[in-house]
Design a protein around this ligand. Structure first.
Ligand code: ADP
Ligand code: ADP
Length: 225
């Protein structure tokens, strides 16, 4: 089952001579349960591609479709992890995790229970009542993963989730990210320029100068061509 299909999807920033083609016609598909690293140097278009897949941005040419996800509820089914700090400073870790559930309409008591369960599932229960200021960057990023897990998405998109972390924290964040995806049976796609991160995932795509290259032997159905 295909969760996201990009068909010649392109994104150009600006117009005229100064226009930047961040992504040239990319064709690819993410199937249920996939584990994909998108590897490429800074500026190669990884972040733009992820935003297109997440529905946070629209292609300027071509198409991005979500055939396996219910229409009109992408944010509910796609969990996004960003590179930098993303927790709301006035809220504790468990309140941060519960907030999207409350926005989804889950009652307070159930949202709190599910938020705590998500933290527990990832071994983070000791952080539950800490404020973001009291967490290291790596701890905060693991809480951000718990926030994604609590919502039970079918697809997790992580944009350089370890980009600002030291090696040890990077390994811990990858550990909880892969554990969250495994718990949910969700597909996970991680952009990175760190080969250690890429090595943690079974499939590797690469990007260079806005061009997406899929590995030899990728099944036709995953190429969306
Ligand atoms: P990566 O995630 O691989 O670092 P990005 O997708 O962030 O790459 O960027 C790809 C290209 O698009 C780069 O040349 C970048 O400068 C450009 N770019 C990204 N975002 C914008 C923007 N909002 N406006 C103009 N150019 C942008
Ligand atoms: P485990 O103890 O199960 O190996 P780790 O938390 O050490 O779990 O690593 C989880 C995953 O993250 C592993 O698949 C590993 O390849 C990857 N990994 C480990 N260290 C790093 C690192 N410094 N940066 C990126 N990925 C890492």
């Amino acid at each position: 089952e295909q969760l996201v299909v990009c068909t010649d999807a392109a994104r150009t920033y600006g117009t005229g001579p100064g226009a930047v083609v961040a992504v040239h016609g990319a064709s690819c598909a993410v199937t249920a349960g996939a584990g994909i690293a998108v590897v490429g140097p800074s500026g190669s278009g990884k972040s733009t591609l992820l935003h297109l897949m997440a529905g946070l941005d629209r292609p300027t040419a071509g198409r991005v479709a979500h055939p396996g996800l219910p229409e009109g509820s992408l944010p509910r089914h796609i969990g996004v992890v960003f590179q930098g700090p993303s927790l709301l400073p006035p809220l504790t870790a468990v309140e941060n995790v519960a907030l999207p559930l409350r926005i989804d309409g889950v009652a307070q008591a159930e949202a709190d229970a599910r938020a705590f369960a998500a933290l527990e599932e990832l071994g983070l229960e000791a952080l539950a009542s800490k404020l973001p200021d009291e967490l290291s960057a790596g701890q905060a990023q693991r809480v951000a993963v718990a926030r994604v897990l609590a919502r039970r998405p079918r697809l997790i998109l992580a944009d350089e989730p370890t980009g600002q972390l030291d090696r040890e924290s990077a390994g811990q964040v990858m550990g909880v990210l892969l554990a969250a995806a495994a718990t949910l049976g969700a597909a996970v796609l991680v952009s990175t320029h760190d080969m250690r991160v890429a090595d943690a995932l079974p499939t590797r795509w690469s990007m260079a100068d806005g061009r997406l290259v899929l590995p030899d032997g990728t099944a036709e159905e995953d190429r969306a061509e």
